[in-house]
Design a protein around this ligand. Structure first.
Ligand code: IPM
Ligand code: MG
Length: 354
């Protein structure tokens, strides 16, 4: 089969890590007789530099026509500390998520025994941890009305959720729980926030359709603590946009490196696949960034958007083999690290020999 893949390399280390994932997709294509046709498009700081717009119309059009989108990272320090910047790289990604209706962000967190030494957490606490954060991605405080008062002395960001927005992401969470260990934890702040109370009501109603799934609730502050004290208690964590952003970075500590965590954003149309980490501008162009999260995102792309399950699994196996054999960038191998491109080459070689 021939598949159209939109490729958004983005800023910072984005181009380097996405190049490795493309190499890996090509290797899988050769092995299984698929052709991946890549169309590159701009988003983020590089798009602002070139067009003045963090999400040019052309990028959106390319994405809409494709079977799936592979994305690296966006962000540039020149915008981070400039509160007066009118356009920001992140606006491109937020608009893309909204325009494509990508309301479900799936972020699996896995523990790799070979990487025990890299997690600052004690092995006995994290051993066997295996959970997925299901983050609502197109609502809440990220997308509410925001602004400053006329005299500039105050600012606001509104957090709004509708029942239908909560229902559709709850269904994604419960369906996933049914394929896993059948436990779902709703993370919220229902002791303080009205939106969280609507989430609880709605999720309880959806739960009635899933009698086999054990449902529990945790306030986000407690959840943040439980995730590092006893992460094995979690199977599927369902949560709203901002809480999901925060706790998924926290979850990466369990795996040993944020450079390992992939994600899938799905919803109404074409899916978007990206590592959960940022653009790491200090590492850009140095061939030191870990491309594994992006390569694992390509595996999620194959499985979720193209239904190519054995192709996805061969990538996961090859990444696991690289980790076991200590073929890793400096985040995971301090004494004898290899370059970003070497990781891609190694994984391609494992796939070819399998
Ligand atoms: C993420 C990122 C984004 C977010 C930024 C880049 C806007 O942190 O995907 O987790 O906050 O959603
Ligand atoms: Mg984030």
């Amino acid at each position: 089969m021939n598949y159209q893949i939109a490729v958004i390399k983005g800023d910072g280390i984005g181009p380097e890590i996405v190049t490795e994932a493309m190499k890996v997709l090509d290797a899988v294509g050769n092995k299984f007789g698929h052709k991946f046709s890549f169309t590159e498009a701009l988003m983020g700081a590089c798009a602002i530099d070139e067009t003045g717009n963090p999400l040019p119309d052309e990028t959106l059009a390319i994405c809409k026509k494709s079977d799936a989108i592979l994305f690296g990272s966006i962000g540039h320090p020149k915008y981070d500390n400039d509160p007066n910047a009118k356009v920001r790289p992140e606006q491109g990604l937020l608009k893309l998520r909204k325009e494509l209706g990508l309301y479900a962000n799936i972020r699996p967190v896995a523990y790799y025994p070979a990487l025990e030494a890299f997690s600052p957490l004690k092995t006995e606490r994290i051993e066997g941890a295996d959970f997925v954060v299901v983050r609502e991605l197109t609502g809440g405080i990220y997308f509410g009305e925001k602004g400053r008062s006329e005299d500039g002395t105050s600012a606001y960001d509104h957090c709004t959720y509708s029942i239908s927005e909560i229902e559709r992401i709850a269904i994604v969470g419960f369906d996933l729980a049914m394929k896993r260990r059948k436990k779902l934890t709703l993370v919220d702040k229902a002791n303080v926030l009205e939106t969280s109370r609507l989430w609880r009501d709605t999720v309880k109603k959806v739960a009635a359709q899933y009698p086999e799934v054990e449902l529990d609730f945790l306030f986000v502050d407690n959840a943040a603590m439980q995730m590092i004290l006893a992460p094995t208690q979690f199977d599927v964590i369902l949560t709203e946009n901002m809480f999901g952003d925060i706790i998924s970075d926290e979850g990466s500590v369990i795996g040993g490196s944020i450079g390992l965590l992939p994600s899938a954003s799905t919803g109404d149309s074409v899916g978007l696949y990206e590592p959960i980490h940022g653009s790491y501008p200090q590492g850009a162009g140095k061939n030191i960034a870990n491309p594994m999260a992006t390569i694992l995102s390509a595996a999620m792309l194959l499985e979720s958007s193209l239904n190519l399950v054995k192709e996805a699994n061969i990538i996961r196996k090859a990444v696991a083999q690289a980790i076991e054999n200590n073929v890793a960038t400096e985040d995971l191998n301090k004494t004898n690290p290899v370059g970003t491109n070497d990781i891609g080459d190694y994984i391609v070689q494992v796939i070819n020999n399998n």
